[in-house]
Design a protein. Structure first.
Length: 315
């Protein structure tokens, strides 16, 4: 990616982040619930009206909306997202504390997904319209139809309650406690990716270069893995980037079910307690992840496909 284009994309990211920050701040400002009362309730205190009014004045919550937003935005530019009302800790510290558990869950989920989706998708494409293809397509159809929370509950019932191989409450401490949440996410993703891998590989197998390679006597396995699969990667990279961005933002339902200490679980707690500063910090973090991942995906096209590099040089 050229420097001029990269600078333009970074400027676009900055503009979008400012827009998202304003919309998020406006929605939290208009939402019902009083963060001051929630803050005292979380601390086990029943505040009087005088205490609530005094605290709102101290926090600047009685100021006009533009004043509150500009003050918050100025602090954000310095890396200060404020303090959580209910947890009484800096938002940045809370987000960073949940980042590594979320990264570990993301990496394991993506790894399991690739182990399932790529071989099954290739197998389904190679044996098109045979019983293996029908079996794989049927399994992926069922997998796409099952919601994450239901799959998670089934896995928990089977492996935590009956077989008792994994703990009911997950933590980010070891592989054993993180495996079931990761498997829950991987099963849903692998169903979609298996179908996408099959479609992309079938499309490439009908190209003229594959016919020519077969006519020259090149082995089918060489054609499949050295020619077809690399060329089929391009449409899959975009989906992969969006999936990684979604996982890094936290998967709320699965994390709540397994009590996993990730960003998604933190976001649910912030929403239920009307913790405005934490909600705003999380939304900005999620938006930044998606845009950076999208930028990296666009930049990776040239590394994966030489044709994209040639187009960039022509431009």
């Amino acid at each position: 990616m050229k420097k001029k284009k990269l600078a333009l994309r970074l400027a676009q990211i900055l503009v979008v982040l400012v827009g998202i920050s304003f919309v998020t701040f406006l929605l939290t400002y208009l939402s019902p619930g009083d963060p001051v009362r929630n803050m005292y309730t979380a601390a086990g205190i029943m505040p009087t009206e005088e205490l609530v009014a005094e605290t709102r004045e101290e926090l600047g919550l009685n100021d006009p909306l533009p004043t509150q937003y500009l003050r918050w935005l100025r602090n954000c530019l310095r890396g200060d997202f404020g303090k959580s009302y209910t947890l009484n800790k800096p938002v940045t510290e809370l987000l960073l504390g949940r980042l590594w558990p979320t990264v570990k869950l993301t990496l394991l989920s993506v790894g399991l997904m690739l182990l399932l989706a790529v071989p099954l998708g290739m197998l389904s494409a190679v044996y098109k319209d045979r019983w293996i293809d029908y079996l794989v397509r049927g399994l992926t159809f069922v997998g796409c139809a099952m919601p994450n929370f239901w799959v998670g509950l089934l896995l928990m019932l089977a492996f935590c309650v009956h077989i008792k191989v994994f703990p009911v409450i997950s933590s980010a401490g070891d592989l054993r406690s993180i495996f079931l949440p990761a498997l829950t996410l991987a099963l849903a993703m692998s169903s979609k990716y298996t179908r996408q891998v099959r479609t992309a590989v079938l499309e490439e197998m009908n190209q003229d270069y594959v016919v020519g390679a077969r006519a020259r006597g090149v082995r089918e396995s060489v054609i499949l893995w050295r020619n077809v699969f690399p060329n089929a990667l391009l449409p899959l990279i975009t989906m992969f980037g969006l999936s990684v961005g979604s996982l890094l933002g936290g998967t709320s339902v699965v994390e709540v079910i397994f009590s996993y200490p990730g960003l998604g679980n933190l976001a649910v707690s912030a929403i239920t307690s009307s913790d405005y500063n934490l909600i705003q910090g999380y939304v900005l973090w999620l938006a930044l992840i998606y845009m950076v991942i999208n930028l990296l995906v666009d930049a990776s096209y040239g590394a994966v496909d030489p044709r994209m590099r040639a187009k960039e040089q022509i431009r």
